[in-house]
Design a protein around this ligand. Structure first.
Ligand SMILES: Cc1ncc(COP(=O)(O)O)c(C=O)c1O
Length: 458
């Protein structure tokens, strides 16, 4: 059967089961069909141009249509389309792992490749359990994660995810998981430190209740995306490190979004002084040009597992792990991120972005606040910031399901309306965006916020 752009929408509705999409959205006559990309912009089947305000799904960091990355993939396919990381290796996986080790925080020099963020989290959880077992600590099986955090969809990753509505259809999940408060709205009290934060106190209570000797790992994102770009208070990650050291458990930084430049450093961990034992990554490692994820693991932990007489190997893997084409794409992409000064671009333009968000907030009482850093933000809506009046549940739902999607379409801005922990617009533009694109983004956001204001009758 051939597929013309005219009937693509209908055929999608007939034959594709969408990811995390309500039936009403999927069956809508205006279901977007995106057919082409160029830099920070994509085009639909009608030729209409949109600013990609979410970098696809937080991944197209180097923008669309890069011929150098395409050439790297094509060359690799011709040379060697497939080989494995099981009892053998091949040049592009080695080159990608070596480059990532070079960019990573000290001591984290070994990568286990997979194909997605969920698999990266799954692999990190499995590594920590097998590591503890190999060291004679078979009771260390429990995981602690944060409320409202999204860590993926496979059963283990879903178990540590802290969003109940994503989990309830699939229970029972892993039983040995507890969640502690995220840092939303938290401020270090005057004269205090991160140790005084209620979230940190909550974590300590859980460790005490469960018994420190039973904890395998604590997992958290450097900037928590779900819940609304939650930037950690000063000293927070140092406190997590100290707590994990005292409990004897491992610390996992889930950097599926924050790795490779999203917050202006190679890793979010570096930006916030985190010293995790494992870092999960995906998305930006290939800028979305091929599926790839991975776990960076402390070399001494890998050595201890591999050298342990009881284990002698990480008993985990998959057909696509370290795929030659995906890892060749990663090398081309990360080399471009490095050689084109992309981290510096993010650090320079974040001020422009933040100034723009300040202006939008000042001009619109329906903006409660903006949060975020680097190229990762949310704008949170309220009814009226000045009077402190919050949105009703009907208003919140109408804004997320109707007003924001329609306004985004009108303003040619593609990004996400999010209701996980607030009524929010998420912004995560490609990291190669220049001043002009950032201004275009801010003007689109202003248009979208104006639409919310009109709906609220302000
Ligand atoms: C922090 C975090 N972890 C894990 C995942 C899961 O990644 P994937 O969708 O590639 O499975 C995501 C996806 O957005 C994420 O944001």
């Amino acid at each position: 059967m051939t597929t013309s752009t005219a009937n693509l929408r209908g055929q999608a509705q007939a034959h594709l089961l969408p990811h995390f999409t309500r039936a009403t959205t999927w069956r809508d006559d205006n279901l977007p069909v995106i057919v082409r990309g160029d830099g920070a912009y994509v085009f639909d089947d009608q030729g209409r141009r949109y600013l990609d305000g979410l970098s696809g799904l937080f991944c197209v960091n180097m923008g669309h249509g890069r011929s150098d990355i395409v050439a790297a993939a094509s060359q690799q396919m011709q040379q060697l389309a497939y080989w494995t990381n099981w009892s053998a290796t091949h040049p592009s996986a080695v080159e990608a792992a070596t480059l990532i080790a070079d960019l990573a925080p000290d001591g984290l020099g070994t990568t286990f490749f997979v194909s997605s963020g969920s698999e990266a989290v799954e692999s990190a959880l499995k590594f920590t359990r097998q590591f503890h077992l190999s060291q004679g600590n078979k009771q260390r099986v429990k995981f602690i994660a944060r409320d409202m955090a999204y860590h993926g969809t496979t059963m283990g990753a879903l178990s540590v995810t802290g969003i109940d509505r994503f989990k309830t259809p699939f229970g029972p999940l892993l039983a040995d998981v507890r969640h502690f408060p995220n840092t939303h709205g938290e401020k270090i009290p005057a004269g205090g430190t991160a140790a005084d934060l209620p979230s940190i106190q909550g974590l300590l209570r859980i460790i005490e209740e469960e018994g420190p000797e039973t904890i395998a790992a604590v997992i958290a994102e450097p900037v928590q995306n779900s819940g609304g770009a939650l930037v950690p208070p000063e000293g927070y990650w140092q406190e997590l490190r100290a707590i994990c050291d005292r409990a004897g458990c491992l610390l996992i930084a889930d950097e599926v979004i924050t790795a490779f430049g999203r917050v202006g450093q190679w890793f979010g961990s570096t930006r916030f002084g985190a010293e995790p034992d494992l870092i999960t990554f995906a998305k930006g490692v290939t800028s979305g040009y091929a599926p790839l994820g991975g776990v960076l693991i402390r070399d001494n932990l890998v050595g201890a597992l591999m050298d342990s007489p009881s284990a002698g190997m990480f008993s985990h893997g998959g057909t696509w792990g370290g795929h030659p084409v995906s890892t060749a794409v990663a090398v081309a992409n990360l080399t471009a991120v490095r050689d084109e000064g992309i981290l510096n671009n993010v650090r320079t333009l974040e001020t422009t972005l933040q100034n723009g968000l300040n202006t939008i907030q000042a001009n619109h009482p329906c903006v409660k606040e903006w949060r975020g850093t680097g190229f990762l933000y949310v704008l949170e809506f309220t009814r009226d910031r000045h009077s402190g009046r919050e949105l009703s549940s009907v208003e919140a739902e109408t804004i997320v399901r109707k007003i924001l999607p329609e306004a985004m379409k009108r303003t040619n801005l593609l990004t996400r309306a999010d209701d996980r922990g607030g009524t929010m617009l998420v912004l995560s533009p490609p990291l190669m965006a220049n001043q002009e694109v950032v201004h275009d983004l801010l003007s689109g956001v202003d248009g979208v916020v104006t639409a919310v204001e009109e709906y609220l009758g302000q």
